[in-house]
Design a protein around this ligand. Structure first.
Ligand code: ADP
Length: 420
């Protein structure tokens, strides 16, 4: 393993693994908490470990991140990526700063890039400020996020609230001057004692330039876009096999499970349900014990070749009502446990292709399936690769966060998984 990564949530890990696989690295995604990882990883060039640390208490996020990165170093990794969301999801007391500083200490290094840019999805950093499309982050809707409201678009200032040390910044002009000038700018920031350096990027070419400039850095932090320029550094040193990884097609019965309630997921569910069998999981019925994973699993089996969807996806007012009635954490926990048990029951009953909507939902499903690692294949839609794990034979998965995927994502993913 040459390049190791930790991601602070599950679908973020798939997104990063997708970028590295597209860059030509043989990539594995490791699932769940650190305790789920085997002591010796199967061979790969890039390993991405999905953590669930985005909204965890700081001390927990730091200790899990450090333990995982120690393990990645034991596997031989020369460079570590710390992947967070391209909307920099965190609070003023949040985890990105403390985790990044702890990793700098662990890796005994004095400088790391901070760049949440992901131009393909409209996230760009200019003069240290983060934009979503043509809006500043704090006017993009992210200011209303239930857990991590982003009320300040200045990433230097926001990160500064979280860190012990001063935060640096490098503007686009320096990035555009080329990788040598940029490398010198990082060195100057380090000299000045600014270890975390917010760096502008508004295009994929900027990210490639940054990738070249940080070739010798032990730590790289950012959204998945930051990984675009990194595989080339290993290729230039003759370290990559460049044996194009083709995953085996996975045939057999499939299912779609969606616990995401994002606007995008609502549209995808509605679209899929018009042409396929669908079963809506009502939180009240779940809380009242009227629906069981075994019962739903039997319903899925009855659908035969008509691949069904099971979803808890609901509009914001229905979600708010369920949260008021049962408590936000309690109902989320109920629904996640339901999908976890359902996925296990379906896999035991012979389902071979599982498409999941929702980051937390994906984490719950993969944990329940007990997949220690998954091979990363071609991209289905931006940021979402096909994955293949082993559970009594190959099991094909596609895991998408709420905001990802086109309107026909579920149909497309099921087809891609069985395409040679
Ligand atoms: P996304 O990627 O869109 O954020 P997640 O799966 O990460 O999706 O999060 C959705 C959360 O909402 C999960 O914790 C899920 O259990 C919860 N949830 C799903 N359906 C409902 C519902 N109908 N009412 C309340 N909460 C729900």
């Amino acid at each position: 393993m040459l390049l190791g990564a930790i991601a602070d949530d599950f679908t973020g890990a798939s997104d990063l693994a997708n970028t590295l696989a597209k860059g030509g690295m043989a990539t594995l995604q490791f699932s769940g908490q650190f305790s789920g990882i085997a002591s010796n990883a199967p061979a790969c060039e890039a390993g991405v470990v999905a953590l669930k640390t985005r909204s965890a208490p700081v001390s927990e996020a730091v200790s899990q991140s450090l333990a995982t990165v120690r393990w990645l170093l034991d596997q031989g990794c020369e460079q570590i990526i710390f992947k967070y969301c391209s909307t920099f999801d965190s609070t003023q007391d949040g985890n990105i700063g403390p985790v990044a500083e702890a990793l700098l200490d662990l890796l005994q290094t004095d400088v790391a890039v901070v760049c949440p840019a992901f131009p393909a999805t409209g996230r760009r950093v200019f003069m240290g400020h983060l934009f979503v499309g043509d809006r500043l982050l704090c006017e993009s809707g992210m200011q209303h996020h239930p857990l991590t409201p982003m009320t300040d678009p200045d990433i230097r200032r926001w990160l500064g609230y979280q860190t012990r040390g001063a935060v640096g910044g490098i503007a686009l002009d320096t990035v555009r001057a080329g990788s040598a000038s940029l490398a010198a700018a990082f060195a100057a920031e380090r000299q000045a004692g600014r270890r975390l350096v917010v760096t502008d990027a508004i295009s994929d070419d900027d990210l490639v330039t940054i990738g070249l400039a940080v070739a010798g850095h032990r730590l790289v932090t950012g959204a998945s876009g930051i990984a675009q320029g990194l595989p080339q550094n290993f290729r230039a040193r003759g370290k990559l096999a460049d044996a194009a990884e083709t995953l085996p097609p996975v045939t057999g019965p499939g299912v779609v499970l969606c616990g995401s309630c994002s606007t995008n997921s609502q549209q995808q569910v509605a679209r899929y349900a018009t042409a396929n069998p669908s079963l809506a999981v009502d939180p009240r019925a779940l809380a009242g014990g009227e629906i069981s994973p075994e019962g739903v699993s039997a319903w899925v089996a009855e659908q035969g070749d008509n691949t069904p969807i099971v979803f808890s996806t609901a509009a914001p007012d229905a979600v708010a009502e369920a949260q008021r009635r049962f408590g936000r954490e309690a109902i989320a926990g109920h629904i996640e446990s339901f999908f976890a048990a359902l996925a296990r029951s379906l896999a035991d009953a012979g389902i071979r292709r599982i498409v999941v909507g929702g980051g937390e939902t994906s984490g719950a499903v993969v944990e329940a399936l007990g997949l220690a690692s998954m091979r990363v294949g071609r991209e289905i839609d931006p940021g979402v690769p096909m994955l293949v794990g082993e559970r009594n034979g190959p099991l094909g998965l596609a895991l998408k966060s709420g905001n990802f995927g086109g309107p026909d994502f579920f149909t497309k993913a099921l087809q891609e998984l069985e395409r040679p």
